[in-house]
Design a protein around this ligand. Structure first.
Ligand SMILES: [Zn+2]
Length: 396
């Protein structure tokens, strides 16, 4: 049975000098020699040696050469063994998915991208995902016993504590589905589930914008969502609905009925689905809209530009509320045409207050379509290697 714990950046350190605390310092490269570790943790060198032996036996720590020394005996350095295991991650959207097997440094070792209708429901979708995960493991010469954890992003609100979606408007059949339990037949490792825009926000923050204290990541795709990072931590809210910018009401008089039941939501007027509906036979699905916009089709370009403008107006409100360091724009629709990003940028700068916009960076995603899987990998790795949980890992 997987065990779930609250995930957080600033997880409290385990008892000082525990194996988990030693691993944490080595992993972040804050301390890499026996003396540095002893100093940082305030423990004796012999205890450090003991902890290192346990971590080396578990293959989590390896020798990494000698530190530069100004004289005397060179100090042996230690490094986290990112090849000690793997994590399996999936960024599931409404119409497509991106799966990967990553090492413990969140680096993808093998990937699989495919169209996928999330509306087929959890049984069909997750059985398919498990089969692809098995193939990815085979591709990299690993087995389920090497999997430290599984991380899944879903396009709707998710209760992170339980890994269950909460009334997801665009995911029929998924409400309250016990996603972690559905992996229990193949893996006994922790399974973490979160909203797709949130894992993208985490990926972008950890891999490209670590110095940004506060960040809003906006995903413009079939639907529209956002992930918010506050003081370096993912903001989830009481039930996992934080960041649901897609249901900001932006055109109440439009008559556009949203999948959530309200009228005039951003999602209902600017999402890929809404555009496909408006374009009728010209573009039947969100991927058609992306393809046409990419090819420079005038109608599709005008539609995605209009989406950018509407998203920008909503983002400006979020910027006024949160005063972030940066706003990162991603998602297939945003990547389809440069005018989407230009329109978002223009709308944000022209609408939000000068004090909020003066030092604001609005940028396109650096990680692109990789943001989701890399974020999911960080989510899982940080969870299983949290100092408090390393003891359990060493005993397993
Ligand atoms: Zn809505």
């Amino acid at each position: 049975m997987p065990v779930f714990h609250k995930y957080g950046y600033g997880a409290a350190m385990a008892e000082p000098g525990s194996s988990g605390a030693v691993l944490s310092l080595i992993r972040t490269r804050e301390a890499t020699t026996r003396n540095e570790l002893a100093d940082r943790l305030g423990i004796g060198r012999s205890t450090v040696v003991q902890r290192l032996a346990v971590l080396s036996d578990a293959n989590l720590v390896i020798a990494a050469g000698d530190a530069q020394s100004s004289g005397g005996r060179p100090a042996g350095m230690f490094a986290f063994n990112e090849s000690a295991g793997v994590v399996l991650v999936g960024d599931l959207g409404q119409t497509g998915c991106h799966l990967a097997v990553c090492d413990l440094g969140a680096r993808p070792l093998a990937e699989h991208t495919a169209p996928l209708e999330i509306a087929q429901g959890p049984e069909i979708v997750l059985d398919w995902v498990k089969d692809r995960f098995a193939e990815l493991l085979r591709d990299v010469g690993r087995g389920w016993q090497d999997v430290f954890g599984i991380g899944i992003g879903l396009p709707g609100p998710v209760d992170f504590e339980t890994g269950r979606p909460v009334n997801p408007p665009a995911m029929p059949g998924w409400d309250a589905a016990d996603v972690p339990q559905m992996f229990a037949d193949v893996a006994s490792c922790p399974v973490l589930v979160d909203n797709d825009a949130r894992i993208m926000a985490l990926g972008e923050h950890r891999a490209a914008r670590r110095a940004d204290r506060h960040m809003i990541f906006v995903k413009i795709g079939s639907g529209i969502g956002a992930g918010v990072i506050i003081d370096g931590e993912v903001l989830r809210g009481e039930r996992g609905a934080a960041g649901d910018i897609g249901h900001f009401v932006v055109e109440p008089d439009s008559g556009a009925i949203c999948r959530c039941g309200n009228i005039g939501c951003l999602d209902a007027v600017a999402g890929g689905w809404a555009i496909a509906q408006r374009m009728g036979g010209h573009a039947a699905t969100p991927p058609d809209v992306v393809r046409l916009a990419r090819d420079g089709d005038p109608e599709a370009t005008a539609q995605v530009r209009n989406s950018g403008r509407l998203v920008g107006a909503a983002v400006a409100n979020a910027v006024n509320l949160l005063n972030p360091t940066s706003v990162v724009i991603g998602g297939k629709l945003a990547e389809a045409h440069e005018q989407v990003f230009a329109a978002v940028r223009e709308a944000v700068y022209s609408t939000c207050t000068p004090v909020a916009s003066r030092y604001l960076n609005i940028v396109l995603t650096e990680l692109g379509h990789m943001a989701g899987v890399i974020g999911a990998a960080h989510m899982v790795i940080d969870h299983v290697l949290d100092p408090d949980r390393v003891a359990a890992l060493l005993n397993s």
